[in-house]
Design a binder for this molecule. Structure first.
Ligand code: UD1
Ligand code: UDP
Length: 363
């Protein structure tokens, strides 16, 4: 019996890597469907190469479309593949359109759905990801939660306790596996002329930050201000969502150094050596905490409140420049007693054990 992993974007590749790697090692029959929601070499192929993942069995070639058309085409393509060889379980990760389409296509065919990173809630229904999460959780048969917090949200929404498992987040599997390799192999600091501990790392790709040019420009002014006050440059690997006007707005600040998106080893090296991380990315918030780097969240809501608990991560009261400046100053000054709530690097083990037990054996 077959496990089918469905993925489509950068974070899904990284966060499903430990499960796919273990499936290869343990000789579990599996297949991979790639929707190609992300397709640029640096958003996709680089992660298959660095994480040594097998070539997907099916490329759906969906690419960038309006959400409705994107999800619709994914549904059709995924259903066709699932009908050609019915898996025992379909595994989706996170909250993207690819994960929603994968879960829904499987559910409609009566194929059990496993949701990795279940139960996250920002309680902000204007985020496309929030709607996706709720829908995926409610159609899933196995819900793998990073921490007990998410299990609590799911129980409160009426999801049967027998479906909910606390496993840790697979981001910890990837981060802990590759942090040392990144330290040894990445040459990104040298290439970008950076010194360890003497720069900030910025990522920004949420529609709420990027899609309104005036808001994005004000945010860049604010983070450049923080960089100037702290006396360091900011490295900004640019997500391809950002168009020409956003790139120009960011590049107009001499303290902000734009780069193309970087591979996973370079990203881990950049994070491990940063004095401060400023981000609206979910995965980067988790990694910052695991790698013990201070993190200022460039958002108004958070679905990973665990990151805030040890004081190493701050959710500002607003995205106004003065608020961001004061949050960054406080964060940079305060001592942090680091702890990692996101997992011990063995989430994949718990997930595979539960899946294999529930399907008898997936062989
Ligand atoms: C998607 C996810 C988001 C996740 C992010 C990870 C949804 C609704 N959103 O957002 O939850 O945090 O991925 O990075 O699923 N583009 C390229 N090349 C690529 C990919 C994208 O040029 O390889 C550009 C296109 O202009 C595209 C835009 O980026 O229209 C947005 O891509 P899309 O996949 O729709 O959403 P993301 O913002 O990447
Ligand atoms: N990442 C990367 N290179 C980059 C930016 C991010 O490898 O240039 C990694 C990052 O380390 C994390 C994941 O991509 O593991 C986060 O993906 P993203 O921010 O695109 O999505 P989100 O986590 O917000 O859904």
């Amino acid at each position: 019996m077959l496990i089918t992993y469905i993925l489509g974007t950068r974070p899904e590749i990284i966060k499903l890597a430990s499960l796919i790697q273990a499936s290869v090692r343990e000789g579990l029959p599996f297949s991979i469907i790639h929707t190609n929601q992300h397709y640029a070499e640096r958003m996709d192929r680089v992660f298959f190469n660095e994480l040594e993942l097998p070539e997907p069995d099916h490329h759906l070639g969906i690419g960038s479309l309006s959400h409705g058309e994107q999800i619709g085409r994914m549904l059709t393509g995924i259903e066709r593949v699932l009908l050609s060889r019915r898996p025992a379980v379909v595994v989706v990760q996170g909250d993207t359109n690819s994960a929603l389409a994968g879960g829904l296509a499987a559910n409609k065919l009566g194929i059990p759905v496993a949701h990795v990173e279940a139960g996250l809630r920002s309680h902000d229904r204007s985020m496309p990801e929030e709607i996706n999460r709720v829908l995926i959780d409610h159609l899933s048969d196995h819900l793998f939660c990073p921490t007990a917090n998410q299990a609590g949200y799911l129980a409160a929404e009426g999801i049967h306790a027998g479906r909910i498992h606390v496993t840790g987040n697979t981001i910890a599997d990837a981060t802990l596996s590759y942090a040392e390799t990144a330290r040894q192999r990445s040459g990104i600091l040298r290439r970008l002329g950076l010194s360890a501990g003497a720069y900030g790392l910025l990522t920004c790709h949420r529609p709420s930050n990027t899609d309104d040019p005036a808001h994005f420009a004000a945010l860049m002014d604010a983070v450049a201000d923080i960089a100037a006050a702290s006396g360091f440059p900011l490295v900004f690997p640019i997500h391809p969502r950002l168009g020409e006007s956003q790139r120009r707005a960011a590049a107009s600040h001499r303290r902000i150094a734009l780069t193309d998106p970087v591979g996973y080893l370079d990203m881990l090296a950049l994070q491990q050596n940063a004095a401060l991380i400023l981000t609206d990315s979910g995965g980067v918030q988790e990694e910052a905490c695991i790698l013990r780097r201070k993190c200022l969240v460039l958002r108004r809501t958070i679905e990973r409140p665990e990151a805030l608990e040890n004081g190493g991560c701050v959710l500002p009261a607003s995205l106004e420049a003065s608020e961001l400046r004061s949050a960054a100053r406080t964060l940079l000054q305060r001592p942090v007693d680091w702890s990692n709530p996101f997992g011990d690097g063995l989430a994949y083990r718990r997930i595979l054990d539960i899946l294999t037990a529930s399907a008898g054996r997936l062989h």
